[in-house]
Design a protein around this ligand. Structure first.
Ligand code: ADE
Length: 227
C-alpha cells in the first residue's frame, strides 16, 4: 500500500536525499499465535473487528526501544483515526518539527482502547469522513509533513504560494494558468502577461481573498496561519 505513494515524487526524493527516513512495519510480525491474529470481535457485540492491544503495543515498544538504543529522542506516537484532532497545515507544521513519529494505522472499526491509553500520544484524523483503514491517512500525513522539511521541495515545486502555506496566510490559492495564452476561446488574464509585479501581486491577493470568501469563509479571520 505504501510503495506507490512513497516511491514517487517529493516523498521519494526526500527519502533518496536522506531528508526523511520511513520504515514500514508489518503488525503481523508482532503476533505470537500460529494464525498471526491482529484483530478479534468486539466485547459487547457490534459490527466489525477490533484490533488487539498486544501486537500493537509490542510493535510500538519495539520501535521505541530501537530509538533509545540508538540515542534518539522518543518518537511521538500517533494513531490515525476519525476520532482524532483534524489535520490542518498548523498540525502538519507542528509534526514536521518533531524528530520522529510512529504512525499507527488502525482500522475504521477500532483499536482496543487500552492500547491507546497506554501508548498513543495523540490521535489524528485527516477529515470528517471514514476510510477503511489508517494507511491512506498515514500517506496523506507523511506527504503533508515531508513537503515542510527544508530542502524537500525542488525549485519547480511550489511552496510559498500553495493554499494554506504561510505566503497566503491560511487563505486559498487563486487561479493559475499556463500556455497557451488562448485555449478553447478562453484567455489568460491580461495582468499575468503584463510583467507589472506590483499589479500582479495585488491581483493575486484579490483573487485569493475572493475565492476564500466564496468557497471557505470559515478560513477568513484565521490568524493562526500567519507567520
Ligand atoms: N481511519 C478511518 N478514517 C480515518 C480518518 N478520517 N482519518 C484518519 N484515520 C482514519
Amino acid at each position: 500500500m505504501f510503495e506507490g505513494p512513497f516511491g514517487a515524487s517529493i516523498v521519494s526524493r526526500a527519502i533518496r536525499d536522506e531528508l526523511v527516513e520511513i520504515t514500514i512495519h508489518q503488525l503481523r510480525d508482532y503476533t505470537k499465535d500460529r494464525h498471526r491474529t491482529v484483530d478479534d470481535t468486539p466485547y459487547g457485540g457490534g459490527a466489525g473487528m477490533v484490533m488487539k492491544p498486544a501486537p500493537l503495543a509490542d510493535a510500538v515498544q519495539d520501535l521505541k526501544k530501537d530509538a533509545s538504543d540508538s540515542g534518539q529522542l522518543q518518537p511521538h506516537v500517533i494513531l490515525l483515526s476519525p476520532q482524532g484532532r483534524r489535520l490542518d497545515q498548523n498540525i502538519a507544521k507542528e509534526l514536521a518539527s518533531r524528530d520522529s513519529l510512529i504512525l499507527v494505522c488502525g482500522r475504521y472499526e477500532g483499536v482496543d482502547e487500552r492500547f491507546i491509553e497506554a501508548l498513543v500520544d495523540e490521535e489524528v484524523s485527516i477529515g470528517d469522513y471514514v476510510i477503511s483503514g489508517g494507511e491512506p491517512a498515514a500517506i496523506v500525513l507523511v506527504d503533508a509533513i515531508t513537503r515542510l522539511i527544508p530542502g524537500a521541495l525542488g525549485s519547480v515545486d511550489s511552496a510559498p504560494s500553495d493554499s494554506f502555506a504561510s505566503g497566503l496566510r491560511g487563505k486559498l490559492q487563486g487561479p493559475v494558468y499556463t500556455r497557451p495564452v488562448e485555449w478553447d476561446g478562453r484567455e489568460v488574464p491580461e495582468v499575468l502577461l503584463s510583467g507589472d509585479h506590483a499589479r500582479l501581486e495585488k491581483w493575486r491577493n484579490e483573487q485569493s481573498d475572493a475565492r476564500t470568501r466564496e468557497r471557505r469563509p470559515d478560513l477568513l479571520g484565521n490568524e493562526d496561519h500567519k507567520e
